[in-house]
Design a protein around this ligand. Structure first.
Ligand code: AMP
Length: 395
C-alpha cells in the first residue's frame, strides 16, 4: 500500500477522507479535538510537498439530508487554530461549485467540504456519488481509519476512480503499522488483556488472537461468565448464560495452544450497580448471592503485575472493571500502570478497540503507552482478523 510520501503531490488537488466526527457542545463548539489534531501532520505533509488540501468527512448521523446542527462548518475555527492555515468551507460535498472551489484553491489554504452523510449515497456506497466526489481531487488519500470498516462511497468506492493515485494518510498508515506490530511482528512474550462488558462482543477477537499469544488476561464484566463456566458463584455479576459453553471452548483452545490464561482470582464487589455501593472483596468464584463484581480484586492485580511488566508485546482491549465509577476503577488504573511500566521496560503496547481507550484518556496516560488507536469499531474488526474495505481499496 502506498503512503503519501510515495506520490508526487506538487500542484495536485489532494482529496483527503478524514475522520472529523467529533463531539460538539450545544453551542456547536468542538469538545474533544483529538481526531482533528490527529490529521494535522497529514495536512502539513501534503502542503509541504506542494499539494492542495481538500478535506471530506462525516459528522454525526444526519440520515441522508442536510441538518445544520451537523454541518462541518462548526469545525472550521478549530481546524484553522490547529493547522495554522486558512480554511475555506464548501457548503456541499459534490457539484460544479465545489469542483470550482477545489480548482481555485491557493497554496496554504485548506478546503473543507460539507458533511458527506447529508447524502444517503455516502453510506450506501453509491458509485455515481463516489465518482462525483472524485472530481474534487487529482489524488485520493484515506486518513480515516475510524471508518475503514465501512464500504462507504468516500472510504472505499471512490478509490476506484484513482487507480494509480491513491494512498494511506499518516493516521491510517500508523494504525496499520502499529496493529502489525501486535499481530505480525511480535516480540515475545505476547500478552492480550481483554476486558469490557460482554464475552459475546469479544469472541472473534479472542479466537483470532489466541494462536498468537503467550498470555491471555481476561477481566471486566466478561470474566464472570468464564468464572461461572468453571463452576464459580458470581452472585448478581454480569453474565451471559448463553456463552458458558463458548467460554469453556475458549479456555480449552487456549490450553491446547499452550497459552496461559489469567482469570481474576478475586473480585471487588458491590451491593448495587453504582459508585456508592458498599464495597467488599471475595474470591472470584465465591461472590455473595446479593453482590455483583464490578472490578478485579487486589490479589488478581498482584498476580498480573509480573505477567504484564515482563511482556514485550501487549494488546489491551476493554477495561478491567466499571472504571467509570471512581470506587471501581482501581483494576483498570493499575493495569494501565503495569502496561506503562512494560512500555518503559522496552515493550510495545497498543491500546485499542474498546473502552480501554477511554480509560487511558481518563487517567491521562496516553503518552505512557506505545500507541492508542483512534478507531474503535474499525480496530475491533481489524483485531478480529477481518479485511477492512477502506484498507483493501487502497491496495
Ligand atoms: P467494552 O466496550 O466491551 O470494552 O465494554 C466496556 C464497558 O464494560 C464499560 O462501560 C465498563 O463499565 C463495563 N464493565 C467493565 N467491567 C464490568 C463489570 N464487572 N460489570 C459490569 N460492567 C462492566
Amino acid at each position: 500500500m502506498k503512503t503519501i510520501s510515495d506520490l508526487n503531490l506538487k500542484d495536485q488537488r489532494v482529496l483527503v477522507r478524514v475522520d472529523f466526527n467529533v463531539p460538539l457542545s450545544d453551542q456547536f463548539q468542538v469538545t474533544d479535538d483529538t481526531r482533528i489534531r490527529a490529521t494535522i501532520p497529514t495536512i502539513h505533509a501534503i502542503m509541504n510537498a506542494g499539494g492542495r488540501v481538500i478535506l471530506m468527512s462525516h459528522l454525526g448521523r444526519p440520515k441522508g439530508k442536510p441538518d445544520p446542527s451537523m454541518s462541518l462548518k462548526h469545525i472550521v475555527a478549530k481546524l484553522e487554530e490547529l493547522s495554522g492555515k486558512k480554511v475555506l468551507f464548501a457548503e456541499d460535498c459534490v457539484g460544479e461549485q465545489v469542483v470550482e472551489m477545489s480548482k481555485n484553491l491557493k497554496n496554504n489554504e485548506i478546503l473543507l467540504l460539507e458533511n458527506l452523510r447529508f447524502y444517503d449515497e455516502e453510506t450506501n456506497g453509491d458509485r455515481a456519488f463516489a465518482e462525483q466526489l472524485s472530481r474534487n481531487g487529482d489524488i485520493y488519500i484515506n486518513d480515516a481509519f475510524g471508518t475503514a470498516h465501512r464500504a462507504h462511497a468516500s472510504t472505499a468506492i471512490i478509490a476506484d476512480f484513482f487507480p494509480d493515485s491513491k494512498a494511506a494518510g499518516l493516521v491510517m498508515a500508523a494504525e496499520i503499522d502499529n496493529v502489525g506490530k501486535v499481530l505480525r511482528e511480535q516480540q515475545h512474550p505476547v500478552t492480550a488483556i481483554v476486558g469490557g462488558a460482554k464475552v459475546s462482543s469479544k469472541i472473534d477477537i479472542l479466537q483470532n488472537l489466541i494462536p498468537k499469544l503467550d498470555h491471555l488476561i481476561i477481566g471486566g464484566g466478561m470474566a464472570y461468565t468464564f468464572i461461572k463456566a468453571q463452576g464459580g458463584n458470581i452472585g448478581k455479576s454480569l453474565v451471559e448464560d448463553d456463552y458458558l459453553e463458548t467460554a469453556r471452548n475458549i479456555l480449552s483452545s487456549a490450553k491446547e495452544l499452550n497459552v496461559q490464561v489469567h482469570l481474576p482470582v478475586d473480585s471487588m464487589n458491590s451491593d448495587s450497580f453504582s459508585n456508592e455501593g458498599e464495597r467488599s472483596v471475595s474470591p472470584a468464584g465465591e461472590i455473595g448471592e446479593q453482590l455483583m463484581g464490578l472490578d478485579v480484586g487486589p490479589k488478581t492485580l498482584e498476580k498480573l503485575r509480573t505477567v504484564i511488566e515482563s511482556s514485550k508485546t501487549i494488546l489491551w482491549n476493554g477495561p478491567m472493571g466499571v472504571f467509570e465509577f471512581s470506587n471501581f476503577e482501581t483494576g483498570t488504573r493499575t493495569v494501565a500502570h503495569y502496561i506503562a511500566q512494560a512500555t518503559d521496560n522496552g515493550g510495545f503496547s497498543l491500546v485499542g478497540g474498546g473502552d480501554s481507550v477511554a480509560a487511558v484518556k481518563k487517567f491521562d496516560m496516553q503518552d505512557q503507552v506505545s500507541y492508542v488507536s483512534t478507531g474503535g469499531g474499525a480496530m475491533l474488526e481489524y483485531l478480529e482478523g477481518k479485511e477492512l474495505p477502506g484498507i483493501k481499496a487502497l491496495d
